[in-house]
Write a protein that binds this ligand. Structure first.
Ligand SMILES: Cc1cc2nc3c(=O)[nH]c(=O)nc-3n(C[C@H](O)[C@H](O)[C@H](O)COP(=O)(O)OP(=O)(O)OC[C@H]3O[C@@H](n4cnc5c(N)ncnc54)[C@H](O)[C@@H]3O)c2cc1C
Length: 501
């Protein structure tokens, strides 16, 4: 008999529920180690929030389009997949910030808008001298109170309260909120400090200052641009993972939503020893509750356990959707890239509905070449995003708005964002993509709640000697973005392999 078949028979059988990047990466590591792997994906394609859409015959990223380079995990993964030669840096390093009274380049040094040097000229240009001086008080004010708060509140500290206390309301309003609400679709007061800005709180306690903490965390990041992508788009990562999984004999089932783990149809690989839930937390919690007793756990922000009859409303409430409007513009006036790679918009700007705009063809050289090939010089690709929480001061546009409403708003906003008029006739093509449940929010204490939930899954395996062990991974558990999702998915796979060795 083939020795590889023998080896595979002794390896655990794995079912992965959710074919987003988290599920695919965990599946790939396990398939490479010799496990039988079967992936169940509800949609008609793999990749989840990483995918492609086509305009004028060119495929652009439909969701995630870049990865943070602050940790080596994503570059390492791309290298292992043989994609290292496709890695590209943005053509411009600078993005802009649109405030009610000014548009200015984002300060060069900072994390989520928290400045490493509150008195740097690009910070003062946005804050003004008085607010910058207030922010600089952080350099000398004692931090001991925060160590006590952290201990007494079991780590339940929000990003907003730390920034407000250390640097003042203006830093929050004019720097942090526009960035955080653009990236996470959430207000800083609703975001868990440790989860949103990993390592910064701990560094603040050590360094005695939030600014010095930011400088220290940033200094550990590798040199070069803060984000990179792949030539042709990040969606090539999904294509590569899919190809690898198929080569390794993994079974991929599309259009296969899983609603009951007990009824998992594992016809091809057999009853699984482990099930990886790589989908949104409300769905993962509901599925797990059918096998493991989750009572007594604090599931705030993670959904709730429902009886079969109850309707689930939580996912949308916990992760408001985002709508992206991509457009091809005939606009030679943008050849000078007036806003660098794009603009993040403060929620206080009432006349612009978008929360962010990416000038795709300015950011990525391959996209610039592609739109020029398709339409000739002077053409550009932009992407505007709509949908954030706490929109009281803004036109309330988001994933629930109609295509027409979104396209009309984008046609109006694009000129305001670039600071140059763009006539409707200059918009050659527009497409709307909606993402729901794809940007989870993490309230204070999220990390602790996740740890407790995961501990319950391992402490108290599903009933029955042959019952599978459940695991949860993905952005709802690890945090938004590939730099968080990739190591968590790989750690999940490694834990399964360790437990079986
Ligand atoms: C518009 C947008 C832009 C982004 N930009 C960036 C970026 O530039 N850089 C970055 O690092 N991150 C970015 N992110 C975040 C990043 O894309 C995500 O953190 C990451 O892709 C999440 O991967 P995941 O596998 O955890 O979840 P998902 O990608 O959400 O995958 C979950 C999968 O589970 C499937 N599923 C759900 N329910 C079931 C079920 N019952 N049965 C079977 N399958 C099910 C879904 O169909 C989906 O395919 C962006 C996200 C969005 C939405």
């Amino acid at each position: 008999m083939d020795t590889r078949v023998n080896a595979r028979q002794s390896m655990p059988r794995i079912a992965v529920v959710g074919g987003g990047v988290a599920g695919l990466i965990a599946a790939w590591d396990l398939a490479r180690a010799g496990c039988s792997v079967e992936i169940f994906e509800a949609g008609d394609r793999l990749g989840g929030a990483i995918g492609a859409h086509t305009m004028s015959g060119v495929a652009y990223d439909a969701g995630a389009e870049a990865f943070a380079t602050r940790s080596p995990v994503v570059p390492r993964l791309l290298h292992e997949l043989g994609l290292q030669d496709l890695v590209v840096a943005p053509q411009h390093a600078i993005a802009w910030l649109q405030l009610p009274d000014v548009a200015a380049p984002l300060p060069a040094t900072g994390i989520l808008g928290i400045p490493a040097d509150p008195l740097a000229p690009d910070v003062v240009a946005i804050l003004g001298e008085e607010a910058a001086a207030r922010a600089a008080e952080d350099l000398n004010a004692p931090v001991d109170g925060w160590a006590q708060e952290h201990a007494s509140r079991g780590g339940r500290i929000t990003l907003g309260e730390v920034v407000r206390d250390r640097m003042g309301q203006d830093v929050l309003d004019r720097l942090v909120t526009p960035i955080v609400s653009g990236v996470h679709s959430a207000e800083p007061d609703d975001l868990d400090m440790s989860n949103t800005a990993p390592g910064v709180f701990e560094a603040m306690l050590r360094e005695g200052s939030l600014a010095r903490a930011v400088a220290q965390v940033r200094s550990k990041a590798p040199a070069g641009s803060a984000v990179n992508s792949l030539h042709g788009g990040l969606n090539r990562l999904v294509a590569a993972l899919q190809e690898e999984l198929l080569r390794l004999g993994a079974v991929i089932r599309l259009n296969s939503p899983v609603n009951d783990l007990g009824a998992l149809d594992v016809a091809e690989t057999g009853h699984p020893d482990h099930i990886i839930l790589a989908l949104d937390a409300p769905a993962a919690v509901q599925l797990a509750a059918g096998m493991v007793d989750l009572s007594g756990l604090d599931l705030t922000g993670l959904g709730a356990v429902h009886s079969q009859q109850e309707t689930q409303h939580e996912p949308e409430a916990l992760a408001p959707g985002v709508a992206l409007v991509s457009m091809v513009l005939n606009a030679p006036e943008l050849d000078s890239h007036p806003r660098g790679t794009g603009v993040l918009v403060s929620p206080h700007v009432t006349e612009i509905g978008a929360k962010a705009m990416t000038h795709i063809s300015s950011k990525w050289e391959w996209a610039d070449a592609a739109v020029t090939r398709a339409h000739g010089p002077g053409h550009h690709v932009v992407r505007l995003s709509y949908g954030r929480v706490g929109q009281s001061s803004q036109r309330s546009l988001g994933a629930d708005s109609s295509d027409e409403e979104l396209q009309q708003a984008a046609a109006q906003d694009v000129g305001a964002l670039f600071g140059v008029p763009i006539a409707p006739a200059q918009i050659l093509e527009a497409s709307v993509i909606r993402w729901r449940k794809a940007l989870p929010q993490t309230s204070a204490g999220h990390a602790e709640r996740i740890a407790a939930l995961r501990a319950r899954l391992t402490e108290q395996p599903a009933a029955g000697a042959s019952a599978p062990v459940l695991h949860m991974t993905g952005a709802w558990f690890a945090g938004t973005g590939l730099a968080r999702v990739v190591p968590d998915a790989r750690a999940t796979a490694a834990a399964i392999l360790n437990s079986s060795s």
